[in-house]
Design a protein around this ligand. Structure first.
Ligand code: 13P
Length: 249
C-alpha cells in the first residue's frame, strides 16, 4: 500500500498567536507515529510560511502555499512566485482551488500555467478540480473535471506524473455535505484513467479527496481504492481533528 497524503488548507484563517497554538497541538499529537503510513502537510497563508516552516522543523509535517503565480518574476503587483515560496521552505503549492477559480476567475489554462511554474521552482503543485452542484445535477461531473485536468496534462506533458491532484466537489466544500465514499471513488477512478491515458507514469499521481472531510468520515473515504489522501479545510484548523484525520490515513 502506498503512503497516504493528508494536507491541511488553512485558507484565510490564522494569526501568529492562533498558528502557534494550532502547531503546538499538532506537534504534541506527534504524527511521526503514523509517518510510515502517511505524509502530512499544511498549506498556510503566504505571510506565515517562514514562521510555520521554522516551527515545524524536524517534525513529520511539511508546508505549502495556497496559490502561486504563473510568472517567475517581474512587474506583477501582488503576485508571489514559486521561488519565493520555495525559499521560505515550502514543498507544496495548491493551484486551482475552486475558491480561486470562482472568486478570482482563474481559467483552466491559468491553473495549468501555475502548476508548471510551481514545478519549475521545485514545488509540488496540488492541482484542484471539481464540479459545482449544478454541474453534477446536469451529469457534467466527468466533463468538467476531465476538462480541468486536460489543461494541466496538455501543459505539463511528461511532468504530469510529478503533480498531486485533489478532487474537491464544490458542493462539498465547507458545507458539511461530503461526497459519499462511492461518489468520490467513482470520480477518482475516472481521474486515474484520464491521468493514465494522458501519460503512462501519471497513473501513480496521488489523488486526494477534499470537501467536508472530518475525523468521523476520513477512514472510510481513505479506504477507497483510488483515494490516496485528503485536502482538509475547516477540520485542519483544530489540532485534534486534523491529527485524527491524519491518523485515519
Ligand atoms: P472543507 O474541509 O472546509 O470542506 O474545505 C475543503 C477544502 O476546500 C480544502 O481545500
Amino acid at each position: 500500500m502506498s503512503k497516504k497524503l493528508v494536507v491541511g488548507n488553512w485558507k484565510m484563517h490564522g494569526s501568529r498567536a492562533a498558528n502557534a497554538e494550532l502547531l503546538k497541538g499538532l506537534l504534541e499529537a506527534d504524527l511521526s507515529a503514523s509517518a510510515p503510513r502517511s505524509n502530512v502537510a499544511v498549506c498556510v497563508p503566504f505571510p506565515y510560511l517562514g514562521e510555520v516552516v521554522a516551527t515545524l522543523q524536524g517534525s513529520a509535517i511539511t508546508v505549502g502555499s495556497q496559490d502561486v503565480s504563473a510568472q517567475a518574476q517581474g512587474a506583477y503587483t501582488g503576485e508571489v512566485s514559486g521561488a519565493m515560496v520555495r525559499e521560505f521552505g515550502a514543498r507544496y503549492a495548491i493551484v486551482g482551488h475552486s475558491e480561486r477559480r470562482s472568486y478570482h476567475s482563474e481559467s483552466d489554462q491559468l491553473v495549468a500555467d501555475k502548476a508548471k511554474a510551481a514545478l519549475a521552482q521545485g514545488l509540488v503543485p496540488i492541482v484542484c478540480v471539481g464540479e459545482t452542484l449544478a454541474e453534477r445535477e446536469a451529469d457534467q461531473t466527468e466533463a468538467v473535471v476531465g476538462r480541468q485536468l486536460k489543461a494541466v496534462a496538455d501543459t505539463l506533458g511528461a511532468d504530469l506524473s510529478k503533480v498531486v491532484v485533489a478532487y474537491e466537489p464544490v458542493w462539498a466544500i465547507g458545507t458539511g455535505k461530503t461526497a459519499s465514499p462511492a461518489q468520490a471513488q467513482a470520480v477518482h477512478a475516472f481521474l486515474r484513467a484520464q491521468l493514465k491515458a494522458a501519460q503512462a507514469q501519471a497513473v501513480n499521481v496521488p489523488l486526494l479527496y477534499g470537501g467536508s472531510v472530518k475525523p468521523d468520515n476520513a477512514a472510510e473515504l481513505f479506504s477507497q481504492t483510488d483515494i490516496d489522501g485528503g485536502l482538509i479545510g475547516g477540520a485542519s484548523l483544530k489540532a485534534s481533528d486534523f491529527a485524527a484525520i491524519a491518523r485515519a490515513a
